[in-house]
Design a protein around this ligand. Sequence first.
Ligand code: SF4
Length: 1012
Amino acid sequence: MSTNPRNVTSFKSNLILQNEILSLIRQAKSVNPMAPVTLLVDSPLQGTLLRRSVIALNSQGTPKAIANLKLMTTSDLVSHIANVANVPTPRVAKIEVLEAAIFYLMSKKENTEKSVESMATASAIATVYRQLQFVSESKLSALLSDERLSTTQQFVLDIVLQTRHMLSADSLSEVCFDLGGKLDGNSERLRTEIGEIHVLTQATPRAISTLLDSYSAVAKVHFYKVDAIENESTISSRNSILISAPDPLSEVSMVVRSVMHDLQNFDADKVAILYPNASQYATQVRSALDEAGIAWHGSGKTIGQSSIIARGLEIILDTLAARNGHESGFTRPRFMKLIENGNLGIKGVSVNLNRVRSWVRSHDLYGDCFNWISVLDFASEADKKTQRESKEDLEKLLKYLQEQFDEFDSCSNWTELGKKIVNFLADLYDMDSLIEEGGTEEKAWNTIKTLMEVELGELDRLPAGGESFVFSRDVTNLLRMVQRRVIQKRLREGNLSTGVMVGDIREAHLLSFDSVYVLGATEGMLPAATKQDALLPASILLLLEETDLAQNSRENTTENISSVLRTLLTDTRQVQISRPRGGMSGGLENEPSRFLAPELNEKKSPGSAQIYVAETYKHSFTLVIRGNLLGPVSQRELQFTRSAFKADKDQVFEASMAAWRTPAFNEYFGNLGQRASTEPVWSPKKSGKLSSSKIDKFIVCEYQFFVLNVLGFYDDERVDELREFIPSRFGTYFHKQMELFVKEQQEAGTLPGFGHPWPADTSEKFKQNYFFKNLDMFILTGRSGWYQSFMAHVEDVADALDFFFANEVSKTRTEPAPLKISGAEVPFGRDQDQGLVKVTDPETGEDFFLVGDIDRVDISSDGLVAGVLDFKTGSLDSFRGKIGITAKGGRSTRRTPGKEIKRETAQDIIYRLAALEINSDATSAQVNFAFIPNGGEPDILHAKFANDEDNFLLGILRRITESGRTGSFVPTVGSNSPHSYCNVCGIIGYPGAQVRGNSGSGEVEVEGEPNE
Ligand code: SF4
């Protein structure tokens, strides 16, 4: 250690530094133990930890406090001296004011309204502003014309200078210079309030160093710098070992198991776990320590991850940012998020949120939620009692929220907006049950209230002309600000004095511990690749003579981290470095960190006694490190290692776990036949009734039937947002209107008679009184997607209706007998009252029961002839082949090899059987399909082979039974596959394929990877 005239002490380890500080403190207090000594630090937290270490050194086993040992940051110091010198405390702009001012100046300069990108830039420039706040205006102005600056850097510098003027901010450089001249007259008070100063900041602005130099005439100022050490590894092998782990998860587990052993020898607060990359390690380390029950302190989850109130705020602001004259911004995705965020305890509004959520899903409501209010009665028409209650709850909730959101429209300044947001949140959540003293929600709520009620109001005090309140744009910016200041902010967890320290390597600057764990010693992570700050590179800081700041800038991160580690680890009693060989985010190579001494580098010294290699996670439990077996600690690890682990409740789960431990070709790994040999996986007796659509699924792809109807997977996408118009959803709407129309005509007795056409104005009446009248309901529930495409389809359907009403009688109700409409949306097969529709296999006597609904049923006057009309949204040409009719109108002769005729649906066959059952006197029934709009050419197709002479339906039912018996449900692959409209393999995440094996040769042939 050496000292020069400016009291600069160089040190090579934090322990040496702390001993030096302690000895200087003792000297300073040798006459008066109450004499103040001040540690000048970067942050209060780092200062607190450092002060604790120094006091611990002083204690040497016996508690021994140091009186009047103060902590100050540079801004605390300047304010304190200003206060003593009786000059006004320098005005430093709050970050939101700074960003708002910069944003305004940028938009004026660039004449741009690109709010989102500009706000991110404004926030980056605000960082530059703060870094330069101790640089004098004259220096910055001179630099502005320096040719070495890029255009972007000049732009940034110019904005920084303009912001200073706009906010009339005090130049901290001048303030420091001024204060330097006022120290003399106040030296006595300064000596009793601040005393000797130890400068322990990572980088000190030049203006502060100059002020400190002046202060040295009042009291001693001690500066420190790290000893320059040539050619020595950052992490030496002296007191260290290296653990090589297969992946970060195993690495973290091993660290926590080692810490458990440490706690027998060291106090928890003398142990530190440090990582180079929080996104890779922070969550894993925290969870592993929690699972092991080890107390820790450090930065925890973000407020957004932990707080319901903060997430609620984000949804509110997101809604307000999307709000404009036409849209409320409160769309179904935001509504769902608000409900799923939970804990809504709206005052005076009691609702069952779970039921409301499923009601919205089941009633197909999309788009702007406040539009739903006017159509809820319509949407809930067919609801049962509990569903009606859900609808009422939804209505109450939406009306309440609409009222709240509407009130924001009258806010004309930031103060009003902030207050309104706080009141809304206080009303929306039951704060009494949510907030616990000292808990996360309390911290989040206090942060939000300070930001909204105090800091937001500062924006209203910006100089005139500085910022006008443009609501939508500003809320977008406010949302970004809240995300940075609240949502993404990490909460500190734990008690500083009781737990293991967990944090980023840089947080250990100048601290000392007995045992230190450093994770991630793999190249690319330690050190991480660094690049220079494009807006304020070190070269500009050097031009401004800010050498300390330049040294500490982003492009020198590698050097700085190396220095933090070296001084931390040099005198630490026990150091355990670890590194993952794979599984790292970013796909890093398996290369040991350049910081490691050769003896700790497994590639350079494979046989080194200081290196422990865990081949696998399981293998790591057998390692003995420093005489201790790295045995399991947490419940999860115990379960992993306990050979006789048994799940207590779920037998299916247990069996599945057993299967996964010893994978074999059994029911869990593709051999469904094994399962089916004990009991059929599908049978007409145990598996219930079949609808036409289930049967069709089997026809087009047996595997699809298996996944949906045997395994019971749900294949509809649970999306909260419909971007495109879906014709089939409009088909449902059309069906509903036709049903209403027919039923009302039936009740009024105005249906056309047997074989009679509709009156000439029917099409027009249907369109005006049903089709168009209720279209709003479809649009307001957000089902129309892109409006233009939707309206084009609506017009096609409307045109097709003229044809339909003019021709339906001749095509559906004349031959073989005049028919009259007898019912719309007629159900069949559900119970005895409706008439059970069944097919009996004459060979086995097995009954197959069928179930469904028919759009329209007709009957002749003598009741002997029945008719079925089904509306279709697709195209007639493609459907014709599906019901076995060739393009020329003949019978399809195509057959599946050795099996039944090649059809793709049995719908017409089933409808015919159902019509005969519904009309029990009927001896014949005909089936027709109406195609509307059919690409602008509406038409009606007669299903001429619905009487099923080929016994197609029975053939399919037998095949389903056989599949159920054998467990063989073969995926359809190749050109016949209907993958384009099947989502099943996508949901499972693995494409179905046909595999044929030759047991003799062992050859395997795979056909089709359908979901490419
Ligand atoms: S994606 Fe293809 S193979 Fe998979 S279930 Fe659907 S139709 Fe069958």
